[in-house]
Design a protein around this ligand. Sequence first.
Ligand code: APR
Ligand code: PHB
Length: 398
Amino acid sequence: MAATERTQVGIVGAGPAGLLLAHLLDRQGIASVVLEARSREYVENRIRAGVLEQGTADLLTESGVGERMARLGLPHEGVILRFGGQDHRIDFRALTGKAVMVYSQHLVVRDLIAARLAAGRRIVFEAERVSVHGFDVHDFDTGRPRIRYQENGAERELECDFIAGCDGFHGVCRPSVPPGVLTEFERVYPFGWLGILADAPPSSHELIYSNHERGFSLLSMRSPTVSRLYLQCAPDEDLEAWSDARIWAELQTRLAGPGFTLREGEITQKGVTPMRSFVVEPMQCGRLFLLGDAAHIVPPTGAKGLNLAAGDVAVLSRALGAWYGAGDESGLAAYSATCLRRVWKVQRFSWWMTSMLHRFDTHSPFERRVQLAELDYVASSIAASTALAENYVGLPFL
Ligand code: APR
Ligand code: PHB
């Protein structure tokens, strides 16, 4: 017989979505338990993206987990679009009054885990065979949501009022929703990104997004001594075919620009990520709520993955606060509709950046010219560059 534990919100997944939700609920006195399939060491060292919107950075600071970000994070007030051998800076500060923060996602995860454990709250790492039950009800008063899992081989059951599915794209929560409830929207791109981490001082103090006839490339960074670089490749590119020398040679070609020298260094990590846009509607089923990658995936070109997860968390933590604080269920009932308005705008921006900056083998010479003209328009029009800047620094969460 499984040992049963009770809490208010059962959270599946200790990625940015699950951990930030647990943290914001805790600050409102709402209890939760986080169940994570992998080890602490694994989730704290998973290399992902690293650009935080102003709103995400503010949320971390205001909720008391922004100390290391303030110390190590790199505030950026603009980005550079490089195409046709020229550079064009998009000045976020001048166009929107806002900026972004370059700070690694795995450090955000470490900061949230440290804060949670320091507060004596529970995260069950290496929780196995997680399954979710009893959430599919039509109001917030009936039903008995519970999460079953194994901990060190022992059967466990977590009874809760609500389940937050923060278990990413390949998790168990979304597939547990009964057939016919969810509709999936997807676009798979005919390319991927070959990404590297390198012990090389960043060759620019701002990110460079480069559109080159050989394909897209991106110069980003992690610290004054570590660069993060990406180049467009096939979705199933064979990494074995890419020696470090070949990677640097290709980056040198694609990132060539006026008065620019790309500094090389030892490559410490490399990988290929396929690219897709994905949204599921609705983002809730009864007392199960889907957040972050469990509900939507964006191509990384707009640096929106983590920030979109933070947006969902802001909406759900406010709605749960209203429910537990005042018995007001309106925020919970509107959770999916509220999130999806922002999710689709961010999907549009990420698809647009991807379409404008990558090489499409199917493009005719006419389409190639139109793509370059769009870049030229964005770079030379206050209205168009403001639109890019406004989306890049982040649309309002609520
Ligand atoms: N049981 C428990 N935990 C699970 C299960 C499961 N069956 N399946 C997955 N998980 C865990 C994963 O191990 C991972 O730690 O859920 C977590 C999901 O975290 P993320 O994939 O980081 O998703 P999310 O928190 O929504 O953050 C979205 O992460 O992938 C990036 O680009 C993405 O930046 C975006 C951000
Ligand atoms: C990163 O720093 O990893 C990064 C930055 C910008 C992007 C994607 C990834 O658009």
